[in-house]
Write a protein that binds this ligand. Structure first.
Ligand SMILES: NC(=O)c1ccc[n+]([C@@H]2O[C@H](COP(=O)([O-])OP(=O)(O)OC[C@H]3O[C@@H](n4cnc5c(N)ncnc54)[C@H](OP(=O)(O)O)[C@@H]3O)[C@@H](O)[C@H]2O)c1
Length: 431
């Protein structure tokens, strides 16, 4: 029997616990698949006394996770601490430099430092693996690096954050507002006590950044990604969207457009009965468009102990088998600087909701702005009359350049009768 594949695991929270459980429960299965035993040598977390519901007595406990990097009795370090800086970054860098493979679920670290870390892995002839960093249990990294290797990828897009999808689903089903539903999501453990990374779109943007790099062979570049979360989505928008035949979903979209790449993370309207429209609750879904494979949809649970642990294990088994694949699918010297398509130059249909005082001439003013910007209206809904109180006006546009629509919204907000910032949402029909 070949030597076991020896692991040091740093971080024993949701994901770390899941990884240990799978190794303990499926030892024989994993050994058969990997062709050698998978062995945990040492583990580390903050609190050695914490009850974690797993038996850790057979592993060495290490107080300082960074010490795992220098151990000679470990083949790979599994980093499941989290955070783009601090201990997680130091541990990953130190482990790669010490010639150890690294397996991580840390999308924040990779979105910010993925390129440098991939270079470091190459220089030290080891691998940086991160299947669990995007879409949890869905094997999207493997799909892009291996399964779709024969394709020129035209687009990758989807629902990449389960917390936001749960909130949007619950808002639609109950008619309640964002803040109420967020509170409930926190109580049920679907949202963190500090939910900003999720609801402001940052978590999904980290994942999109990695998918864009893998799909188009470009350096991951988080800072050039336009990110908008779901805080400003009103229950009213969800109702109007429904009336128009749409649902609101937080989407990450990356698409090749005339030699450039459009990349955006924002709430969008998608048709109610479309494959993304029916993805509800905490589920994730990722579409890949390849020139030969056509359109493929991968969907499933994007987070949690089991699905994320399962993704980490797939990396461990691959490495134990001896599989060596560059972090972003090609060697770092082959990764290009992306030419980003400015969003203003992209064309789409849009949903615009204005809150206006119902005075004579308001619709004429709005129409005049749209006419001057060469934007044509597809539908207009004006609901309710309440003298002295603002009422909503909702319109959808035909295909128009986003820059013109944004300028029109800016002009709307300067109209005396318009209160609040207009709510502007891209409509994605994915035709
Ligand atoms: N949760 C998910 O569903 C999910 C999905 C995909 C990706 N991820 C990613 O997976 C990683 C881990 O997430 P998680 O949800 O498992 O986090 P978590 O439950 O908060 O666990 C973090 C672990 O790191 C340990 N830790 C924190 N600071 C430490 C320090 N200074 N020294 C040593 N250990 C330290 C904690 O120790 P104690 O337990 O002793 O406090 C804990 O065991 C993150 O990068 C996250 O983005 C998570």
């Amino acid at each position: 029997m070949p030597e076991p594949f020896r692991l040091g695991i740093a971080g024993l929270g949701t994901v770390g616990t899941g990884v240990v459980k799978i190794i303990q429960e499926h030892g024989a299965l994993l050994a058969a698949r990997a062709g050698r035993a998978i062995e945990i040598v040492a583990v580390s977390a903050r609190n050695p006394l914490k009850e974690r519901g797993i038996d850790l007595s057979r592993y060495e406990w290490v107080d300082d996770a960074q010490a795992l990097a220098g151990r000679t009795d470990i083949d790979a370090v599994v980093e499941l601490i989290g955070g783009s800086e601090g201990l997680a970054r130091a541990l990953v860098e130190g482990s790669l430099q010490a010639g150890k493979h690294v397996i991580t679920a840390n999308k924040a670290l990779l979105a910010h430092h993925g390129y440098a870390l991939a270079q470091c892995a190459e220089e030290n002839s080891v691998c940086l693996s991160y299947e669990a960093a995007a879409a949890g249990g869905i094997p999207i990294i493997k799909a892009l690096r291996e399964g779709f290797a024969g394709n020129n990828i035209q687009a990758v897009y989807g629902i990449l954050n389960g917390t936001c999808n749960y909130i949007l689903t619950a808002m639609r089903e109950s008619g309640r507002n964002f803040s109420e539903v967020l509170l409930e999501a926190q109580e049920r453990g679907y949202a963190e006590s500090d939910p900003s990374f999720d609801v402001d779109g940052v978590d999904a943007a980290h994942k999109l950044c990695l998918l864009t790099s893998l799909s188009f062979g470009v350096k991951p570049d988080f800072n050039s990604l336009k990110v908008k979360g779901i805080r400003r989505i009103d229950a009213m928008d969800i109702t109007f969207a429904q009336e128009l035949g749409y649902r609101i979903k937080l989407l990450g979209i990356a698409r090749r457009l005339n030699g450039k790449i459009m990349q955006v993370l924002e709430p969008c309207l998608v048709p109610v009965d479309s494959p993304l429209g029916v993805i509800e609750d905490v589920y994730n879904a990722v579409y890949v468009e390849g020139d030969f494979v056509s359109t493929q949809l991968l969907t499933g649970r994007g987070a949690g102990e089991g699905p994320t642990g399962s993704a980490v294990i797939s990396d461990i088994v691959d490495l134990a088998r001896g599989q060596r694949i560059p972090a972003f699918g090609v060697v770092t010297t082959a990764l290009k600087d992306a030419q980003w398509k400015p969003l203003g130059e992209t064309v789409a249909r849009f949903y615009i909701r204005l809150s206006v005082f119902d005075r004579a001439g308001v619709i004429a003013d709005i129409s005049a702005i749209l006419r001057d910007m060469n934007i044509s209206i597809e539908s207009l809904i004006q609901r309710g009359r309440d003298p002295g109180q603002p009422v909503p006006i909702v319109l959808t546009t035909h295909e128009s350049p986003q820059g013109a629509v944004m300028e029109a919204c800016d002009l709307f907000s300067r109209l005396e009768a318009v209160v609040d910032e207009p709510c502007l949402i891209r409509i994605e029909d994915f035709k």
